[in-house]
Design a protein around this ligand. Structure first.
Ligand code: NA7
Length: 531
């Protein structure tokens, strides 16, 4: 492709990048996606740790844009494993012939908007400078690994892994003493499997996680056939839920405080038996009323106490914070793993990990000797992948500086001063609080429409208007303040990365957001400026 031949550059080839390439091409645009990985898949290319699975059911965590694709693809389990999701994304890339528009093994390093040519100049690790009118950041919300700067971190003599950058050939932990640092979703999924193989596993826990059982199982062919017979409607139902999935499930219609203790316990019990994140849909007010929330929290704590034999360990594993404030985990045998003789828990909530030495992890003066360390320490979420690229808009202003006090955007899609730059599932949009595939499809379609609109108006660029952006930031803060999401140190708030500004980044409520976007379009793209 010659320099002037690209209309659109897409950064990333995960769910978002693949669909952007497909849609842009089908709208007649010349598009190239640039992907750092050696294959497509994004999150699902990198996160290959033992037990890696999606916590949204596979029939829903999949593209709905193409009828034949959703009819033909056969998911095997209620929750798909990482290899199965990666196979699916490879299938999507092949099925729609997307690979010819994707450059792999190439990392985008900087993006500069040239106000004279009104094009983005994109510098990548292959030494090339590409230009395009439109730049779509499909860089993922959880793709920049968070590797805490613990003293001595790089002095450890054995292998060190991060769950989000797992070796492709797998890791054999047999006869090894292993440390896992962190107890978020990645740890909760991998700990039971690592414990089965390791000689000894020591888990370093800063904050205990709330986990509900997955009850994963093979999909019932009759159930799959019934869904496929009515897939579009089924998906439309999902888009009406706040989280973009589970539209077919019974939803709680009352406050948790409006029912008797026995009735409430029975409802939680049924949800627990059903499994999955829909546990928090048991009542209407679990994420807005602290007292209601604590009834759910207490129920999970009682389950932990019943599952974990040693009362001190059970107590250490029991969270006291708002349930759902940090993303809940969906587990298989997580808590009972702590009943094994070869597993121990080290609480680092009040005495943080002091150092990593060549032979292990030091806490409160005590060395825990291990042969391998697994950092299950998550990601610099939502802004990390964008911050790690030098992005400069008009007048050379960097996105990093523009976001130094926390991310600002209009609809989570555009940032004032950065014309023709789009952030798929960017901060300020529902993104990680929803089924990501639903959020991605909605954003990619909106971006394609915006690009069409630029042509229709014979304009050269589209950009968020400053006042519209300021209003949007206020709106996101207001919505977040009406929920219990701000009551803990979550990665939604940037609190897991030292020095990151504490700003609640995603926007709760997919249907309301979609409605606002539809209104913006109906009002002639209100809040966007076409130049
Ligand atoms: P998470 O959910 O961010 O979990 C990271 C874990 O690592 C969490 O328990 C952190 O404790 C812990 N952590 C981070 N830094 C440290 C240090 N310095 N010392 C000890 N412990 C630390 O990431 P995951 O990869 O598990 O999951 C990310 C998302 O992927 C998940 O929500 C799903 O959407 C899928 P903290 O809670 O910050 O105290």
């Amino acid at each position: 492709m010659t320099h002037s031949a690209r209309d659109v550059i897409v950064v990333g080839a995960g769910f978002a990048g693949l669909y952007t390439v497909h849609l842009a091409r089908s709208r007649g645009l010349r598009v190239e996606a640039i992907e750092a990985g050696d294959g497509v898949g994004g999150t699902w290319f990198w996160n290959r740790y033992p037990g890696a699975r999606c916590d949204v059911p596979s029939m829903e965590y999949s593209f709905g844009f193409d009828h034949d694709l959703q009819r033909d693809w056969e998911w095997t389990e209620r929750y798909a494993t990482q290899p199965e999701i990666l196979r699916y994304l490879d299938h999507v890339a092949d099925r729609f012939d997307l690979r010819e528009n994707i450059t792999l093994s190439t990392r985008v390093e900087s993006c500069r908007y040239d106000a004279d040519t009104r094009r983005w100049e994109v510098q990548a690790s292959d030494g090339m400078v590409r230009t395009a009118r439109f730049l779509v950041m499909a860089t993922g919300c959880l793709s920049a690994a968070n590797r805490p700067d613990i003293p001595g971190r790089d002095t450890f003599a054995g292998p060190v892994y991060h769950t989000g950058a797992w070796p492709h050939q797998g890791v054999d932990f047999s006869r090894q003493r292993v440390a896992v640092i962190g107890t978020g979703s990645s740890a909760v999924q991998s700990i039971p499997l690592i414990a089965e193989h390791a000689e000894h596993l020591t888990v370093f826990q800063r904050t205990p996680a709330y986990a509900v059982p997955a009850h994963n199982q093979p999909l019932d062919p009759a159930e799959v056939a019934a869904i496929k017979a009515d897939y579009p409607n089924w998906r439309a139902g999902a888009r009406q839920t706040s989280t973009g999935f589970g539209g077919h499930l019974r939803r709680g219609l009352t406050s948790a405080l409006a029912v008797s203790d026995d009735e409430r316990a029975a409802i939680y019990e049924r949800r627990w038996d059903e499994g999955g994140l829909v546990f928090l849909g048991a009542f209407t007010d679990l994420m807005v009323d602290p007292d209601a929330n604590q009834t759910a929290a207490e129920f999970v704590r009682s389950k932990i106490a019943a599952m974990v034999d040693d009362p001190a360990t059970a107590s250490a594993l029991s969270p006291s914070t708002v349930i759902g404030c940090k993303r809940m985990c969906v587990d298989t045998d997580y808590y009972v793993t702590f009943n094994r003789d070869n597993v121990s828990l080290v609480d680092v909530s009040s005495t943080p990990i002091e150092a990593i030495s060549p032979t292990g992890v030091v806490v409160d003066g005590e060395l825990h000797e291990v042969d391998a360390i697994v950092f299950a320490t998550g990601f610099d979420a939502m802004t990390g992948a964008l911050d790690r690229i030098d992005i400069r808009g008009v007048d050379g202003a960097t996105l990093r500086d523009t976001w130094s006090a926390g991310p600002v955007s209009y609809l989570g899609l555009q940032v004032a001063g950065f014309p023709n730059l789009f952030t798929i599932t960017g901060p300020g949009s529902p993104s990680v609080l929803t089924n990501m595939v639903v959020a991605i499809e909605q954003h990619v379609e909106l971006v394609a429409d915006l690009i069409d609109e630029v042509s229709r108006r014979d304009a050269s660029s589209v950009e968020a208007v400053g006042e519209a952006q300021a209003g949007w930031v206020e709106h996101v803060n207001l919505v977040a303040s009406l929920t219990l999401f701000q009551g803990c140190s979550s990665w939604y708030l940037g609190a897991n990365v030292p020095g990151k500004p504490r700003v609640f980044m995603p926007l709760p409520g997919f249907p309301e957001y979609k409605q606002i976007c539809d209104q913006v379009v109906a009002a002639g793209y209100d809040g966007f400026r076409f130049v």
